[in-house]
Design a binder for this molecule. Structure first.
Ligand SMILES: *Cc1c(COP(=O)(O)O)cnc(C)c1O
Length: 386
């Protein structure tokens, strides 16, 4: 087993982690520099990281923040989503994609996924056409009589669904579009009408996460990106406690302490320098699993995916998970669907079918960028013996 895996006394206790961080570039050097300079809260690393993200994904502006969740929260506020509004969200998502809808007092409407695990544009279209009605320029949900303001899509596991169609629908129905691209930094279309477009850059706002398990990490952190400077200025303002006068501390609005620290940004800069290498490894390991006969859910063939997470489908999900965990291999099921969660089951959901199918079958296999060949083959062998 490789040095990164936690070694046990016996073979069966050998641990292979699901998706750990990989911090072997300039991270330590940049963090030391930030500490030596005494610039730990504000500082140049924040600006450098924001610039690096802009040029990497091809967008006008970036605001670094404390987490993906805080980025989505600020996006909701900046887009004018208020108490009593509705936001269309996916049920196949980490719950953090939906919680910010509730933070602002709005209501989620849950959509199904298609085979990409991302939001099903056909069902979305059906819902918008038949379950909603325009009152002037305002879209109203017939069942609840509430105003629908926005859609949040999640680029699940680094995949991109049919964004072309979703963008068209958002425009047609005058809805704001937020891309939860927390798992998809570096994924982009290589074919089709959106060729060259990166995850996070197609909607009104895109959000990335730099949590420890994401493709790059700052320990905890995130970033909001947009081509709309007005939106970004609002987000930057709100993330720094909405300070109208920084000398006399005048605040005309209620703000948040959601700014990223210079220490976090120093780690992030060291990380983004290596992102293409990480994506290469993710892609290579994905192919190795497949070469040895392990079936994995495909990614959209119109994109270059960052292949953040690999999804293996099995009819014996629970048995496989228990077997691999007992063998020291960290795996996990798909998140419990958000519309089935205790805090969300009372809200509207629209014809959720495919999500249930995937919920019952998906097992995420080890996919870390420090996963060595011997560990990977160990997982393959275990899967074959199952
Ligand atoms: C990780 C993640 C988030 C939240 O990001 P944090 O930085 O952990 O707050 C939101 N949505 C999805 C789909 C995620 O995977």
């Amino acid at each position: 087993m490789c040095e990164n895996d936690i070694k046990g006394e016996v073979e069966s206790a050998v641990r292979v982690s699901l998706c750990g961080p990989n911090l072997k570039g300039n991270e330590l050097r940049y963090v030391s520099d930030a500490i030596k300079s005494q610039w730990v809260s504000n500082g140049n690393y924040i600006t450098s990281l924001e610039k690096a993200i802009c040029s990497y994904v091809g967008i006008k502006g970036t605001v670094a923040c404390q987490s993906g969740t805080s980025g989505i929260h600020l996006s909701m506020i900046a887009l004018g989503i208020r108490e009593g509004d509705e936001v269309i969200v996916p049920t196949v998502a980490f719950i953090a994609a939906v919680n910010p809808v509730r933070y602002v007092g709005a209501y989620p409407v849950f959509m199904d996924c298609d085979n990409s695990l991302c939001m099903d544009p056909e069902k979305l279209e059906e819902f918008l056409n038949y379950e909603c009605v325009f009152d002037g320029n305002i879209l109203v949900n017939k069942a609840t009589n509430r105003i629908i303001k926005a859609i949040i899509v999640v680029h699940v596991f680094g995949n991109l669904g049919n964004m072309d169609k979703i963008l068209e629908l958002a425009k047609l129905f005058k809805l704001k579009l937020v891309e939860d691209a927390t798992e998809a930094l570096g994924s982009y279309y290589v074919h089709g009408p959106l060729k060259g477009k990166y995850a996070g850059t197609m909607g009104d706002i895109g959000v990335f996460s730099f949590n420890g398990n994401k493709i790059i990490t700052t320990g905890g952190g995130g970033a909001v990106v947009s081509n709309d400077n007005r939106l970004l200025e609002k987000i930057r303002f709100l993330s720094g406690q909405a300070k109208n006068d920084p000398l006399y501390f005048v605040h005309d609005e209620i703000g948040y302490n959601y700014r990223m620290s210079n220490i976090q940004a120093a780690i992030g800069l060291g990380q983004i320098e290596q992102i293409e290498k990480f994506i290469e490894i993710k892609n290579k390991n994905y192919e190795i699993y497949k070469k040895f006969g392990i079936e994995l859910l495909p990614f959209n063939d119109q994109i270059r995916s960052n292949k953040w997470f690999y999804a293996h489908l099995t009819r014996k999900r629970k048995d496989l998970i228990n077997y691999l965990l007992k063998s020291g291999v960290e795996v996990r099921p798909l998140w419990m669907l958000v519309h089935l969660q205790k805090c969300y089951c009372k809200f509207q959901s629209y014809k959720i079918e495919k999500a249930r199918y995937f919920l019952e079958r998906i097992v995420n296999l080890p996919c870390g960028t420090d996963l060595c060949k011997s560990s990977l083959m160990h997982v393959v062998d275990l899967l074959k013996k199952f």
